[in-house]
Design a protein around this ligand. Sequence first.
Ligand code: FAQ
Length: 327
Amino acid sequence: MATQTELYAVPAQQDDDAAGQAAFDAVIADDSRIEPRDWMPEGYRKTLVRQVSQHAHSEIIGMQPEANWITRAPSLKRKAILLAKVQDEAGHGLYLYSAAETLGTPREKMTEDLIAGKARYSSIFNYPTRSWADMGAIGWLVDGAAICNQVPLCRASYGPYGRAMVRICKEESFHQRQGFEILLELANGTEAQKQMAQDAINRWYAPALMMFGPPDDDSPNSRQSMAWNIKRFSNDELRQRFVGMIYEQVKVLGLTLPDDQIRFNEETGKWEHGPLDWNEFKEVLAGRGPCNSQRLARRREAHENGAWVREAAAAYAAKQARKTEVA
Ligand code: FAQ
């Protein structure tokens, strides 16, 4: 039976292959797609493995803050919806690990890097979920920011990534609406419920804006990723677009955003927002956010507890392969 490494072995290629480079450049210039067996520059491959695996890790670690509320959801209906949403995130992780594997990096390696604390995942998932209203704020703001960032990625030049993003965005769009609906119901409830919704928005607003990454002049990867048609817009462009969206949507909730500097600049045609604490962002990225150690410890524990499932699956696959050989 082929091992995972053999299955995803990438074709041998030289980085100085002039014909390969010319073919690659033509595909990018034509805004077409690169597929797994095509020649690609090593930097392109590395950038994709980095971004796609970080994205996959984010989906998997991102299950934890919401899983925290599955047993405490206020009704059976809310519990069923939340459970389905958290399962969707697991599915997104799987699509993305599969897309990353087509670039030649086995999933075991990506998982090892994550549990060893060597890999990044989105800063947002290092914040605690303190109340039920946080399920609404995550759906509306976090999934909302994720959609804003990910819709352009459906056109990413790497085929398996772009195709995975199409399905993910459809599901994220449902997630965003269920989050908005949770907040709407709380906002129309008692004074205490309305306050709970406002408090959740106040805590998740700035971390959600930071999901888009550092400001453009401090984003080392953006320029090359945009030249390769992986990213289509810069971090600030997407952040500004998102601010414009939620500025209007929060009015429907009858709540406010904790930022009195949001405005549409007629001259630049762009939305502006108040300053963000980029030191806090750096601290979270350095592993010193409110929940970093808890999230990694839980992930490690889940991985260890799942060892028997992986062993059983491998034994079953080997048995099936032997049966096929005999037949
Ligand atoms: N958190 O040069 P740039 C979701 C790192 S999924 C942590 O600008 P780039 C669904 C960056 O990796 C959310 N690290 O980098 C859900 C780089 O470090 P490196 C995840 C961050 O790649 C909802 C360094 O900073 N979405 O929410 C962050 O061009 C609810 C310099 O940055 C994606 O991954 C951050 N926020 O742009 C699940 C989308 N920002 O690798 C459950 C795909 C930056 O050089 C519940 N990814 N860094 O060591 C992207 O679009 C890009 O990778 C960016 C960063 C925009 C995140």
